[in-house]
Design a protein around this ligand. Structure first.
Ligand code: NDP
Length: 314
């Protein structure tokens, strides 16, 4: 039987051992080096994004395995319903959850505030820090990232509220709130960690009233996507509530520098989208390995994991 063609668009610097297993199951070709005939026969594409042109030259595509956990950047209307799209959720959840905790601790312990002061020679103590033990944290989004955050928060003695669509009972979650009750999840919380995908249901989910549901000196951490929070509402809220902190790794504009107005606010803590692939080269290699393992499941006739419900996006 003719072997299926898999196109890899993963970057030349990725070591072969990250995808070598694939050679046992498929004819593997590399994006940019594949012939028109190989592309025409391609059934699977592993990539960050799929363009309209890709879809034209690969008419037999059945599976697009995206390398990132988020799929909001895809041009969904251009992707035919015959193509199954899989995200890569779980491939980098541990470093992203660690980053969320780093942002949370930096805000709670006023690290950025005092570090900037001390560097300028000012050693005055003007702000109290927050204690995590016994505090309430709302974890919004209970995928691999949110669940790891919940586990870490529980280990620090926090009381964990979870928010997602499907109800669930998990050992690290003390109380569950189902979509759309985001205000219930945030009400009176000391901390919130956003680990939500950006889809048509979550875009702008957090507005002025949702921010206001938290404690006035609360801390909101966002490692999901910027667009889950309304930017104008956030700016207004942060200006009106100087004790509140928004700590984020994610933004609204594809070009992060266009969101420098957030970084300029004294009660914002900002890192430039480094929680995942940009944080450590090993993380990216792991993302490729994880994506390839899903493709192998498909080639072996096993069920694909992380199949995206396109109705969340179109
Ligand atoms: P998953 O896609 O596995 O999990 C998403 C979670 O969000 C699920 O618990 C899902 O709940 C929940 N969810 C989806 N839609 C809604 C909704 N309308 N209301 C409430 N809950 C909802 O994702 P991961 O944990 O792997 O990743 C989450 C996001 O983090 C990614 O989509 C990506 O945008 C971002 N990310 C950011 C990185 C960075 O570098 N900062 C790196 C990696 C990911 P349910 O199962 O009940 O539907």
């Amino acid at each position: 039987m003719e072997r299926k063609v898999v196109v890899l668009n993963v970057g030349d610097f990725v070591p072969e051992e990250a995808y070598a297993d694939l050679f046992n199951y498929a004819e593997v070709v590399f994006y940019g080096r594949a012939s028109p005939d190989e592309l025409r026969r391609a059934e699977v594409l592993v990539t960050f994004r799929v363009t309209r042109e890709d879809l034209q030259v690969m008419p037999n595509l059945r599976v697009v395995q995206v390398l990132s956990a988020g799929v909001d950047h895809l041009d969904w209307p251009s992707i035919p319903e015959t193509v199954t799209v899989c995200n890569n959720a779980g491939s980098n959840a541990i470093p992203v959850a660690e980053h969320a905790l780093a942002l949370l601790l930096a805000a709670a312990k006023r690290i950025t505030h005092y570090d900037a002061r001390c560097r300028s020679g000012d050693f005055t103590r003007d702000r109290i820090t927050k204690i995590l033990y016994g505090s309430e944290v709302a974890v919004l989004g209970l995928g691999p990232i949110g669940m790891r955050v919940a586990e870490l928060a529980k280990a620090l003695g926090m009381r964990v509220r979870g928010f997602a669509r499907r109800p669930r009972e998990e050992p690290f979650i003390d109380e569950f709130f189902a979509y759309p009750d985001v205000r219930g999840a945030l009400s009176g919380a000391d901390f919130a960690v956003l680990a939500l995908p950006l889809n048509k249901h979550t875009r702008g989910l957090i507005g002025y009233d949702e921010l206001g549901a938290m404690k006035r000196d609360g801390v909101m951490v966002n490692v999901g996507r910027g667009g889950v929070v309304s930017k104008p509402d956030l700016i207004r809220f942060l200006r009106e509530n100087p004790e509140f902190t928004y700590a984020t790794d994610v933004f609204w504009s594809p070009e992060i520098s266009q969101d420098s107005d957030i970084a300029a606010l004294p009660n914002a803590i900002v890192t430039p989208w480094i929680a995942g692939a940009f944080g450590h080269p090993r993380v990216y290699v792991e993302m490729v390995r994880y994506a390839v393992s899903n493709v192998i499941r498909y080639l072996r006739g096993e069920g694909l994991r992380n199949v995206v419900d396109r109705s969340d996006y179109v």
